[in-house]
Design a protein around this ligand. Structure first.
Ligand code: NI
Length: 130
C-alpha cells in the first residue's frame, strides 16, 4: 500500500547546525514529504478448511485501520504518537508499522514489513534473509 506523509529528521537536543550536518536536507525545519510504499508479508500454515493462510480481507482491514488511515497525509512528527520522541527515519517508521500490524495480527502468523522511502532505498523489519 502507498501512503503520503511529511517528516523532519532532527534531534531537539541538537543545534540546527548539528542537525543539518547529520541529516542534511531531511532536517529542513519546514518538513518535506515522501510517497511511502509498504509491503507486509504474512506467512503461516494453510488453513485446511479454507485453503487460505490468511483471509486477505482481514489483512487489508488491519493495514487500512492501523497504517493507511492514521499515516496517510499526516505529519509523522506532529501527528503520530510514536514519533513524538522518535526520529521518523525509514528504520524507525518500518518498526512502527510492523508493531502496529503485529498488535492486530494473530500470533500464529509470521510478519515481515518492507518500507520504501524512495525508489532507491527501502527498510525491512525484522532484518534478515527471507
Ligand atoms: Ni525524508
Amino acid at each position: 500500500m502507498h501512503f503520503n506523509a511529511a517528516h523532519r529528521l532532527a534531534r531537539p537536543d541538537w543545534s540546527d547546525e548539528k542537525n543539518k550536518e547529520v541529516f542534511g536536507l531531511c532536517s529542513n525545519p519546514n518538513y518535506h514529504g515522501h510517497n511511502y510504499y509498504v509491503e507486509a508479508k504474512v506467512t503461516g500454515e494453510i488453513d485446511q478448511e479454507t485453503g487460505f493462510v490468511i483471509d486477505i480481507a482481514v489483512l487489508n482491514e488491519i493495514l487500512r485501520t492501523e497504517v493507511l488511515e492514521p499515516l496517510d497525509h499526516s505529519n509523522l512528527n506532529e501527528d503520530i504518537a510514536e514519533f513524538k520522541a522518535l526520529n521518523p527515519t525509514g528504520e524507525n517508521i518500518v518498526v512502527v508499522v510492523y508493531d502496529r500490524i503485529r498488535a492486530k495480527l494473530d500470533s500464529k502468523y509470521d510478519l515481515k514489513v518492507k518500507l520504501w522511502e524512495t525508489e532507491r532505498n527501502y527498510f525491512e523489519y525484522p532484518a534478515g534473509n527471507d
